[in-house]
Design a protein around this ligand. Structure first.
Ligand code: ZN
Ligand code: FE
Length: 259
């Protein structure tokens, strides 16, 4: 079982999510791009590293692998084709970490190899999602390798999950994402109040994450492309009416890239 989930800050705006087992002996880290904060955290608490979960091949998610494998001999799970990943996962794969079972979703879009890890809540307070750079608080990952249709299909795997699902993304991009969200979805009152609450957290030096799926469904423009307000924004960007949800998503994503 997991006693605590801690966001270890890394680089400028990454979090290395650290799951601590309730035996107090072992931890699991998700996407350790930098080994130094992981080593410092584990060693100062006398924790071992039993497992590593990887979401995709980008260096800020995998850069600590070689060092941590050498130092702690963890089991390493992730997509196929990444040096250091010992067990390659696919859609529907199951992984038990610290006695908690996660199911794997393939979520291409940001990269083609991107996967996410979901626990249904049977062994924890809430369902848990570790979604790397696919879904962000009030945003989604850039489309470096996949198409808008692929990313939208990937995000739909998340929107089908329970609203209480705790959403653990890899980057603290929330305030910048919210500034864009307000431009794209200006009359959304839930979004207005979110801006206030997230700003307060950052002023106090606290992470805005994890988020919840319920909050993302209410405020994240990339999960709201079926709403008339987002279709209207996409239409005004393109200078013609847009009704197709994939086309709305593509226009909103492209706008965000230039925002
Ligand atoms: Zn990435
Ligand atoms: Fe990243």
């Amino acid at each position: 079982m997991i006693s605590r989930i801690h966001p270890l800050p890394a680089f400028r705006d990454n979090y290395i999510w650290t799951l601590i087992g309730d035996d107090g002996a072992n931890a699991c880290v998700v996407d350790p791009g930098d080994p130094a904060p992981v080593r410092e955290f584990l060693d100062s608490r006398g924790l071992g590293l039993s497992d590593i979960l990887i979401t995709h091949h980008h260096h800020d998610h995998t850069g600590g692998l070689a060092d941590l494998i050498g130092g702690y001999q963890p089991r390493v799970y992730g997509p196929a084709g990444i040096a250091g990943v010992a067990e390659a996962l696919r859609e529907g794969s199951r992984v038990a970490v610290l006695g908690v079972e996660f199911t794997v979703f393939e979520v291409p879009g940001h990269t083609l190899d991107h996967i996410a890890y979901y626990h249904d809540g049977s062994a924890h307070r809430d369902p848990l999602l570790f979604c790397g750079d696919t879904l962000f608080a009030a945003g989604c990952g850039r489309l470096f390798e996949g198409s808008p249709a692929q990313m939208l299909a990937s995000l739909r795997k998340f929107t089908a999950l329970p609203p209480a699902t705790a959403v653990h993304c890899t980057h603290e991009y929330t305030l910048a994402n919210l500034a864009f969200a307000v431009a794209a979805d200006p009359d959304n009152p839930a979004l207005r109040s979110r801006v206030e609450s997230e700003r307060k957290k950052r002023e106090q030096g606290r992470p805005t994450l994890p988020s919840t799926l319920a909050l993302e469904l209410a405020t994240n423009p990339f999960l709201r492309c079926g709403e008339a307000a987002l279709a209207a924004s996409a239409g005004s960007r393109l200078g013609r009416p847009v009704t197709d949800e994939t086309e709305v998503f593509a226009a909103i994503r492209k706008w965000k890239d230039q925002f």
